[in-house]
Ligand binder design. Structure first.
Ligand SMILES: *[C@@H]1O[C@H](CO)[C@@H](O)[C@H](O)[C@H]1NC(C)=O
Ligand SMILES: *[C@@H]1O[C@H](CO)[C@@H](O)[C@H](O)[C@H]1NC(C)=O
Ligand SMILES: *[C@@H]1O[C@H](CO)[C@@H](O)[C@H](O)[C@H]1NC(C)=O
Ligand SMILES: *[C@@H]1O[C@H](CO)[C@@H](O)[C@H](O)[C@H]1NC(C)=O
Ligand SMILES: *[C@@H]1O[C@H](CO)[C@@H](O)[C@H](O)[C@H]1NC(C)=O
Ligand SMILES: *[C@@H]1O[C@H](CO)[C@@H](O)[C@H](O)[C@H]1NC(C)=O
Ligand SMILES: *[C@@H]1O[C@H](CO)[C@@H](O)[C@H](O)[C@H]1NC(C)=O
Ligand SMILES: *[C@@H]1O[C@H](CO)[C@@H](O)[C@H](O)[C@H]1NC(C)=O
Length: 429
């Protein structure tokens, strides 16, 4: 098995020993971290230092697992390498962090808006590198590396939004095995009013799941809670984020966006030296974004694509040539002023571009959607964990997938003629 983040590198790991302090998990303003020196977290989980990926002669400040073949989980100076072996990290007296190249130019820095009084830099056992006040033990950090993700999400790391500052924490692939600078792929949470996880190549959507339905992300079923793994989605007035926890701390685990755009979940069993790839989230045909066009639903079957009931291929010819991207159109056109209604579909991955509307009951949600001619569908899901949530779609429905046993339900606006055909609201799956 080829693991993209395992690199053969040669470097000497010398723990930082300084006259001021014997702790190796902390850097104070009186010290410098230079090439060859590292910080090691208190329980020896993670290590911070300079590394050179692959055969690269460039060097980067990064965090990796202590005592394992080099697996880098975070990089500071991604696009601005230190050349040769002349990197130096310095914590300033007011809590800023400066990374020097040849002690002349600064290639990376942390510039705090609120200064710390007696700042220290600490590498935590979670893999988080933090700047905090020496006296205060609280989680109130002046800065933390967990706010600036690289290609890896560790347990407890948050993917998503800090609403007050507008900070958007997202994952980004490396450019190559030897270059941690920005690659093509990002994995992020869409804006808070439309919370879903999306993999993009540049600006183009590649793979998507969501919204959160109270227990899981719609469509992300292989990645649901089990005995060791617990996904968490949180949406409140301060934050909207996705994270995960692992119950057995002796099993290391991480989520990675590879430079080929795969989202992989890897684990390392207790005291093993080799990562095991548990699952690639986007691995099937039906995971390809918009595979079946508008109002088409994707099946793990032959053919992959079928139109939802009440819809037909826009271009029957393309459809028969298995070019499904054109999607489907209605058999009966909508006429908002003439009694449209809703038909319930079950067992689906919910479409793209949902909007969390309000704290409405089912009936209120239905009425609001019906009265708004641009509202194409709605569903009631527990986005905020309070048992009520009206989610609507204000555009054509795309990126739907069939999940008979685990999918969600959605009410799609249909013309009166279509509804008349089934007398009452009819259930499809
Ligand atoms: C740390 O680096 C700075 C800037 O290069 C230098 O002025 C200072 O003397 C260094 N401190 C130690 C303890 O080496
Ligand atoms: C480093 O270079 C050698 C010789 O060119 C090559 O065989 C090896 O695959 C390279 N290693 C990496 C990690 O790219
Ligand atoms: C690092 O320093 C070297 C030597 O001074 C210089 O050639 C290189 O451009 C510098 N790199 C950056 C990213 O500033
Ligand atoms: C940090 O911010 C201050 C104020 O915005 C600015 O004057 C200073 O140049 C910045 N330092 C670095 C290293 O970017
Ligand atoms: C992990 O391995 C160590 C040493 O082999 C052992 O002491 C510990 O109990 C193991 N932990 C678990 C959860 O299996
Ligand atoms: C919608 O229905 C009304 C009432 O039956 C009719 O007058 C109107 O022409 C219809 N509009 C369209 C676009 O079909
Ligand atoms: C949602 O509405 C219910 C009933 O009107 C109310 O009790 C609850 O506080 C509301 N929740 C939020 C988050 O607004
Ligand atoms: C329909 O809903 C959208 C989104 O809430 C809103 O922007 C638009 O103004 C509404 N249209 C009508 C006619 O109420």
């Amino acid at each position: 098995m080829v693991l993209p983040l395992l690199f053969a590198v040669s470097f000497i790991s010398i723990s930082l020993i300084s006259p001021a302090s014997t702790a190796t998990n902390i850097l104070t303003p009186a010290q410098n971290l230079t090439e060859g020196q590292t910080l090691v977290s208190f329980n020896k989980q993670f290590e911070l230092g300079f590394f050179s990926p692959g055969n690269s002669s460039n060097s980067f400040l990064g965090i990796w697992y202590h005592n394992l073949p080099l697996t880098v989980v975070w990089v500071a100076n991604k696009g601005n390498p230190v050349t040769g072996s002349f990197g130096q990290l310095t914590l300033t007296r007011n809590g800023g962090l400066l990374l020097y190249n040849h002690s002349t130019s600064i290639v990376w820095c942390v510039n705090l808006t609120v200064m710390a009084n007696s700042p220290i830099l600490e590498l935590l056992d979670s893999g988080n590198l933090v700047i905090r006040d020496e006296e205060t033990e609280s989680n109130n950090y002046a800065w933390q590396s967990f706010d600036y993700l690289s290609d890896t999400l560790l347990p407890g790391m948050k993917l998503g939004w800090k609403l007050k500052t507008g900070l958007n924490r997202f994952m980004r692939s490396w450019k190559s095995n030897e270059d941690p600078s920005d690659g093509e792929f990002t994995y992020s949470i869409d804006p808070p009013e439309s919370p879903q996880l999306v993999l993009r190549r540049g600006l183009q959507k590649q793979y998507r799941c969501g919204p959160w339905d109270g227990a899981r992300l719609s469509g992300g079923y292989e990645f649901k809670e089990n005995t060791v793994f617990k996904p968490i989605f949180n949406s409140n007035s301060d934050e909207v984020y996705y994270t995960f926890e692992v119950s057995d701390k002796s099993i290391l685990s991480r989520l990675v966006v590879t430079r080929f755009g795969q989202i992989q979940y890897l684990t390392l069993p207790n005291h093993s030296q080799e990562w095991v790839m548990m699952v690639t989230l986007n691995r099937e045909n039906c995971d390809r974004y918009g595979m079946c066009g508008t109002y088409g639903s994707c099946y793990n079957d032959d053919p992959n694509c079928r139109c939802l009931k009440g819809f037909k291929p826009k271009s029957p010819q393309d459809w028969s040539l298995i070019d499904w991207s054109g999607g489907c159109k209605r058999k009966h056109e909508l006429n908002c002023s003439n009694g449209d209604g809703f038909v319930k579909y079950k067992g689906l991955k919910l479409p793209d571009n949902s909007v969390v509307w309000a704290n409405y009951s089912h009936e209120e949600c239905k009425v609001e959607c019906l009265n708004n001619c641009s509202c194409m569908a709605y569903t009631i899901i527990d986005v905020h964990g309070n048992g009520r949530g009206c989610v609507v779609w204000l555009d054509e429905l795309i990126d739907i997938r069939d999940f008979p046993s685990e999918g969600d339900e959605i009410y799609i606006r249909m013309a009166r003629a279509e509804i008349g055909m089934y007398t009452l609201v009819f259930q499809f799956n």
